[in-house]
Design a protein around this ligand. Sequence first.
Ligand code: AMP
Ligand code: MG
Length: 415
Amino acid sequence: MLSVQEAEKIILRLVRPLDPEKDTETIELETADGRILAQEIASNLDFPYWDNSAMDGYAVDYEDVKNCSVETPITLEIVEEIPAGYQPKLTLQRGQAARIFTGGMLPQGADTIVMQENTQKQNNSVKILAAPKYQEFVRHKGSFYQAGTPMLPSGIALSASDIAVLATAQCIKIPVYRRPRIAILSTGDELVAPDTPLQPGQIVDSNQYALASFVRDNGGIPLRFGIIKDQPDILKAQIAQAISQADIVLSTGGVSVGDYDYIDQILEELGGNIHIRSVAVKPGKPLTVATFSNNCLYFGIPGNPVSALVSCWRFIQSAIKKLSGLKENFAPTFIEATTQQELRAGGKRETYLWGKLSVVNGKYEFSLAGGSHSSGNLINLSQTNSLAVVPIGTKSIPKASKVMVMQINCKSNYS
Ligand code: AMP
Ligand code: MG
């Protein structure tokens, strides 16, 4: 059986990222949070736009004030007042200063700002009580960014700081990758929608909702195919449709070795190339990964609700990230923490146990969720934020020892 790490590599290798030409759209800056840039952005503006003051104070010629001190102050004539947003009209002559405020444009003839705290105003003149450094508190035009040079690279997810940069650059139409379309199918004769009264033996299709939420958290558009019966002809027709419409298809159920598990056979009939059938992981062992000639990537995920989500977090999240056009950081985030309970596993498969990661006295601690760690127990998975990893060959990680913990249930930083 494939190890988790081997499976992860194979999956990432199979992903064909969206095309930076064909798979893009132009959106308004206001709606760009979390979207992924499809082109490098440059601006035709310098930043700062012009020399300006970083302080409230006085714009001066350094030569006039370089020897000032409390004992030997210099008095300069104030010839102009420059609030932010005002264009200076005068050129400073020697012996002159301009009153200036933070963000105010530096007047011609000035090269340095003296902060207000080191001055004393007297009617139309100002006493300079301390020598500034040359060019002190001047933010020079183009010192943060020079027009025409690369400002933001393609393949990054836009966060608040990037949005600020785009706004500053007056870039209001943003070229981004389209969101990936991700089809979700729940397979199983036993499944009913949450608004249907349960008959004996039936199970509510929670996966449809969980996976749609997961897809949205990762910036994708869920295409919901609903519940599909375990009938090969119906399943095949629905799967064929999903493959033709989506970048990624996620189906849950039907990938084990039971009599009603038809997915692998159908994928082969539809011309799919199956790369993975199972992974040495718990929960989530039966995992089918297939590709189709139209680039669609198919994940046949186990039906058990915890297995389904663990598969999504461990394998599918990074595939969505790569497909979406992101350039790096596909892998889940792992953090070393101290476990508050003993962690037990069978030793044959890499085992993921759910719980809560928190910071206590500046250190990461992991607390195992109470109750059963059955792959069907979705109840205690709720409100967890991490999975502790017990490697193959390890049957117990004692209380108070270190364990690697994978973050889950968090929105990707690009959604
Ligand atoms: P399967 O992988 O089809 O053998 O299903 C394994 C278990 O997961 C069975 O107990 C199913 O009833 C349950 N299950 C399958 N699909 C879903 C679903 N969409 N929502 C909740 N539970 C499911
Ligand atoms: Mg089933």
